[in-house]
Design a protein around this ligand. Sequence first.
Ligand SMILES: NC(=O)c1ccc[n+]([C@@H]2O[C@H](COP(=O)([O-])OP(=O)(O)OC[C@H]3O[C@@H](n4cnc5c(N)ncnc54)[C@H](O)[C@@H]3O)[C@@H](O)[C@H]2O)c1
Length: 455
Amino acid sequence: MATRTRNTKVDAGQRTSQRGDIAPAKGKLGIMIPGMGAVATTFVAGVEAIRRGLAQPVGSLSQSGTIRLGRRTDARSPKINEFVPLSRLNDLAFTGWDIFEDDMYAAALNAGVLEKTLLDQIKPFLQSIKPRKAVFDHNYVRKLDGPNVKKGKNKRDLAEQVRADIRDFRKQSKADRLVMIWCGSTEIFATPGRAHSSPKAFEKALLANDEDIAPSMIYAYAALCEGVPFANGAPNLTVDIPALHELSRQNEAPICGKDFKTGQTLLKTILAPGFKARMLGLNGWFSTNILGNRDGEVLEDPASFKTKEESKLGVLEQILQPKLHPELYGDLYHKVRINYYPPRGDNKEGWDNIDIFGWLGYPMQIKVDFLCRDSILAAPLVLDLVLFLDLAHRSSQLRGLGIQEWLSFYFKSPMTAPGLYPEHDLFIQLMKLKNTLRHLRGEELITHLGLEYYD
Ligand SMILES: NC(=O)c1ccc[n+]([C@@H]2O[C@H](COP(=O)([O-])OP(=O)(O)OC[C@H]3O[C@@H](n4cnc5c(N)ncnc54)[C@H](O)[C@@H]3O)[C@@H](O)[C@H]2O)c1
C-alpha cells in the first residue's frame, strides 16, 4: 500500500472548506465574563501569563491538541489551532461583571488559586479589568450579596443596561467579535416554564419583572440580542430554554452549556465508559467532596446544590444504559455529596467509592481520591470554549444551528436539541468534536474501521 506523507501544516486562515466557509479570525476577540471569581480570574491571569511566556497552556485541547487526518499511514496530525482558524491568545481582550468591586487582581488574590508571585508579575494588566455592575437577585444565589449591582425599573431595563455594556466594551476594546461565558455562581434550581417558552413570552416576562427570569438569563438574552455567542459554565438553566434557543438561531449567535466538566465528573465519564465497555456490573457509586471556595459556600444552599446535583447525577444513567443492561446497571445506587469545608479553599478533595461486580457476580471495589484544583481544571476549558464558540460563529455551517452539541466534551450536562439525550462518554464527545472540525474543513471523518489496511 502506498504511503502518502503530507505537510502537516495547514494554512488555517485562508483555506476554504468544501463544506462551507469559515471567516478568518482577523482582529481582536473580546471575552465577556459575568462572574469574576476563581474560575474567571484563573483563566484570564493564565492567558496573560502564557502570552508573556511565563507558563504553558496545559489542559487546553485548542492550544496543545492535534488532530489526525486521513489514513494512519499518512502521518498527518496538525495541531488543532493550525487546522482550523482560531483566534490567537494575543488577540484576546477581557471584561467582566461581578457583584463585588474587586478588580481581577484583587479577585484573583481573594480566590487564592494562583500564587501571589505569579499574579504580581501581571498586576497592572489584571488591575485594569474592573467589574461592571452586575445584574443580581439574592433570591437566585442566597448565600451572596454585594454592592456592585445594577438598578433598573424592570428586568427589561436591566437587559438594556447589559446590552449597553456589551456595546461599550466592543467600542472600548476595538474587538471585531465578542463571546460571553457565564462564570458566575450557581443559581437555584429551576425548570423551564411559560416565561421561557418563546422569545415573545420571554420579553413579556422581562417587562413584567417575572420572577422566573434569572439574572443569568438576562445576560444571555442581552448577548444573543447583540449577536454575541454565549456559553454557560454553571449548571443553571440560563440559556437552555426554548426562548433563548430560538433567539440564538434567529440571531446566528451560537450557544452551549451547561456546567464545566472538571474534577469528579470528568473522572466519572472516563471510568464509567470503561466498565461499560467490558460489561462489568455496577451496583453503587458514592461520590463525596470537600471544598472551601466561594463556589462551595454557594452550594451549601440546598436550592443551589439541587441545580448542581441534577447536573452531576445525569451522567451515569446515560453512559450505562440500564434499560439495555438491567442485569448490570438496573440496580445502581448513585449518590453525590458536596461539603463546604473552608480550610481547603479551591483545592478540593473528591472521593469515589465504586462497587462493581464481575464474572458470576463476584464483587470488587474501587476507591478514587482525587486531590484536585477546581479552577486549574476549569480555566483551560474556558479558553477552549471561547475560541471554539467564536469559530462556530464564523462558520457558515454552524452559526445558525443554535446549540453547539459538538462542544459537549466540556460539559457535565451538555445541551442538545429537544428530544435528544446528551452524550456523556468523554471519548465519544472527543470524537464528535474532532469529527466536527474534520467535517468543517472537508476532511474525511475517522471511523477507525481500518479494513483498508488489509485489502
Ligand atoms: N471550578 C470548577 O471546576 C467548576 C466546574 C463546573 C462548574 N463551575 C461553576 O462555575 C461557576 C464559577 O465557579 P467559581 O469557582 O469561579 O466560583 P466563585 O464563587 O469563585 O465565582 C463566582 C463569582 O460570580 C459572582 N456572581 C454571582 N452572581 C453573579 C451575577 N448575577 N452577576 C455577576 N457576578 C455574579 C460572585 O460574586 C463570584 O465572584 C460556578 O457556578 C461553579 O459552580 C465551576
